[in-house]
Design a protein around this ligand. Structure first.
Ligand code: GLA
Length: 738
């Protein structure tokens, strides 16, 4: 293992963090302000060259309290800072805003001291990346203080030894006698002096998650945010900054990923001298935190990655970190089972008999786990009832001697058994609501906004979380369950808690997220043998915070393979294939009615954690045979497909043809996927070039026996899909080093 290095030079007052691939450098400037200097490729040492240029700039104020005419060349307004304040000379977007007891909104935190420790401390009550041994990382904690507010900030920087990764978070401690009202507190700031930056974000919608958007930054503020209570389908808590020339495999890319599942805010503020400020953290909108004396507030973590090998280099660093040092538990690296889920097969309309028929047809095909989706509890015949009543719907399980009987039958067939829950929700038509109407998020005196005819439980209230925990344990202690799909099918409105005082209502959004993490933590600890899958109407809460508890998530309610290619391609920008679950569903597709080949549906779904979601009894013998083959192929190459090194090769957002590839860590084998959406009678020529292979090795393609050089595959390439007939085609080619 290489070493992570952190040092402080007391003469130049420069902090230098480095490992074998990256360096991060900042200094303490006049007035004890922290000044950002560099983040990028490793430099061996820093010789004080790039110091903030002193220049008298009109309309940019000098430091508060500076005597007349001195230091007119020094202003916070253009200083590239590490963590900026408000209303004290910097007009750009601030990192922190606090209301003092007198109503003032100014913040001005100055450097006081630092400490360096081995390893990486845990974040209390929040998900985070971790180390297993203290020599895997080094951590720098820099303390700043605002003397007027009597508050300290701790800026924490961790650099991993063997990864191009720096994580950051901030903690504020109130040392005064008054309560401070925090209006905004970013998890990180970085001001970079580069012109010509492009931002990549992952916007979307329900059934169109994580589309790749790339744009050049204008002067002024560009913001990517989520304010729906969860990380959301609409904007993922991740951005990357790149140069115009950056491609998938070349050029610089810097990623910023928030380990958080609630409202988020990524602000890019390009100033009047061409520098860009990057801020990431909890969304300030609807946020306010009452920080009592002697109390602290901890922000979520941001994981920053630097890559000089393009976007694939950045994504691969995220993939391995999220797999190895964010995900936890027994299933972190375990082969993930091939699921059959009954949702698109039956929706609410099932009973044990019908399920048994589906299972009888599916089991011989090689599936490994059956997941009983929505509809097994309360009186759940449709989506407007019973959420909150987590006990089995007796009538549906008459033929199996209850839910437990069904689970046991599934086990007897040699399959595992999974169950769907939506723990955070409540229907007004439920026993829970009739007993505890106060458990729902609502504002007294106002009507509640329904969404899918359901409402959100007040998870900021520990009693509510306890109630759901107890109900879920009662099921899990009685029924042998191997997997839970944890769903969340609406966003938060009327975000108000009747158990908190009027001044604390700005805390509810964040406390809600902490309540979700608390329940996830308790359940995953109590049931370490259960594999949890996250879900929120598909991919509405696909983030690193959830991944800390649940190693995989349902990627999208859209199971059409054509649209899925884009959704999965975008998702891999920040998240590993082992976290991306994907199912083969019926054709015509239930979401967009497109007809596609079973072969293409299989190829897209096996590019993540493969599953099936259709009624196997509706399939022809030929289709069943194809599924059997798909499952055999997947089982043979599961390790490579779930944990191999993933390369995006051709973007579906640009072309009719797209491609990606999985390479084993030792480069001895790889699988290439090429997809074509529409056929053409007069097709244009297109070529796919592989990446990440051993240039001087030869590889043999399994189906044809043909042999190619690694260099040949990477530089000459292969023609796409030589048989040009028909829409919606996929080629899956397995190669082995010979
Ligand atoms: C959400 C999920 C689906 C399914 C339904 C059940 O939409 O994403 O997979 O579980 O809920 O209501």
């Amino acid at each position: 293992m290489t070493k992570a290095k952190i040092k402080f030079d007391p003469k130049t007052k420069v902090f230098y963090l480095a490992n074998d691939s990256i360096s991060y450098i900042f200094s303490v400037e006049e007035g004890n302000l922290l000044c950002h200097l560099y983040f990028g490729d490793k430099i061996r040492d820093y010789h004080n060259e790039l110091r903030y240029p002193r220049l008298d700039r009109a309309f940019s104020p000098n430091l508060p309290g500076e005597p007349h005419k001195t230091h007119r060349d020094f202003s916070k307004d253009v200083l590239p800072q590490e963590y900026s304040g408000n209303q004290t000379g910097d007009f750009r977007t601030p990192a922190i805003v606090i209301e003092a007891p007198n109503g003032a909104l100014a913040t001005d935190f100055r450097y006081v001291t630092y400490r360096i420790i081995d390893g990486k401390p845990d974040l209390e009550h929040l998900p985070h990346s971790y180390v297993k041994k203290s020599d895997e990382a080094k951590t720098l904690i820099v303390t700043l203080s605002d003397e007027v507010l009597h508050a300290d900030l701790e800026l924490t920087y961790t650099i991993y030894a063997d990864r191009p990764v720096i994580t950051r978070n901030v903690k504020i401690i109130n040392h005064g006698n008054d309560t401070l009202s925090i209006k905004k507190i970013a998890s990180m700031q970085m001001d970079i002096p580069l012109e010509n930056i492009q931002a990549i974000s992952l916007p979307g919608a329900h059934m169109r998650e994580r589309q790749i958007q790339r744009q050049t930054l204008p002067q002024g503020v560009t913001e990517f945010n989520g304010r729906r209570g969860t990380s959301s389908h609409h904007m993922n808590p991740f951005i990357a900054l790149v140069r115009p020339e950056t491609t998938e495999n070349t050029g610089a890319a810097v990623g910023f990923q928030l380990v958080y599942s609630g409202n988020h805010q990524f602000t890019l503020d390009k100033d009047f001298v061409g520098q860009t400020r990057i801020l990431a953290g909890i969304n300030e909108n609807n946020f306010e935190w009452q920080l009592k004396p002697n109390r602290s507030f901890q922000t979520p973590e941001v994981i920053m990655v630097y890559s000089s090998h393009g976007l694939n280099g950045m994504s691969q660093a995220y993939h391995s970190l999220l797999r190895e040092r964010v995900a936890r538990g027994k299933f972190q690296y375990a082969p993930r089972p091939i699921v059959l889920n009954n949702w698109e097969a039956t929706y609410f309309n099932f009973d044990a008999h019908k399920i048994q028929q589906i299972l009888d047809a599916a089991q011989p095909l090689g599936i490994e786990m059956f997941v009983l989706d929505d509809g097994w509890f309360g009186k759940r015949d449709s989506d407007d009832r019973s959420l909150g009543d987590w006990h089995e719907y007796d009538q549906k399980f008459k033929d199996s001697h209850g839910l437990k009987g069904l689970a046991e039958q599934v086990h007897q067939m040699g399959l595992k058994f999974g169950l769907w829950f939506e723990p955070e929700m409540i229907s007004t038509d439920s026993d829970l609501y009739r007993q505890h109407p106060e458990y729902v998020l609502h504002i007294p005196g106002r009507q509640m906004s329904p969404s899918r005819d359901q409402y959100v439980l007040d998870f900021s209230c520990p009693e509510v979380v306890d109630n759901i925990f107890t109900q879920m344990c009662a099921v899990l202690d009685q029924v042998p369950i191997d997997y839970i799909k944890w769903d969340m099918n609406r966003n938060l409105t009327e975000v108000y808690s009747t158990v908190l005082g009027p001044k604390q209502q700005g805390e509810v959004g964040h406390r809600y997220v902490l309540g979700v993490y608390d329940l996830a933590d308790r359940l995953t600890k109590r049931y370490p043998n259960i594999l949890f899958e996250g879900c929120s109407g598909g991919g509405g809460r696909f983030d690193a915070g959830i991944l800390y508890y649940f190693p995989q998530s349902w990627t999208s309610d859209n199971t059409d393979p054509v649209e899925r290619i884009g959704i999965q391609y975008g998702t891999t920008l920040a998240y590993p294939p082992s976290s991306i679950t994907a199912h083969v569903s019926a054709s015509p597709n239930h979401q967009n009615h497109r007809l596609t080949s079973l072969q293409m549906r299989g190829a897209v779904a096996m590019s993540g954690v493969l599953g099936y979601e259709l009624n196997v009894n509706d399939l022809s013998p030929k289709e069943k045979a194809i599924i059997k083959q798909q499952i055999q192929f997947y089982k043979a190459h599961r390790q490579l497909l779930q944990y191999g090194t993933f390369y995006r090769l051709a973007s579906p957002f640009k072309h009719n043809e797209s491609a990606w590839e999985f390479v084993s860590p030792d480069k001895s084998e790889f699988i290439l996927f090429v997809f074509r959406i529409l056929a053409s009678a007069q097709p244009m020529i297109s070529i796919t070039k592989a990446a990440g292979l051993q240039a001087d090795a030869n590889y043999q393609e399994a189906d044809t026996g043909q042999i190619f050089g690694g260099d040949e595959l990477m530089h000459v390439g292969l023609y796409n899909l030589p048989d040009q007939l028909g829409d919606f085609r996929a080629h899956v080619k397995y190669f082995k080093r010979v």
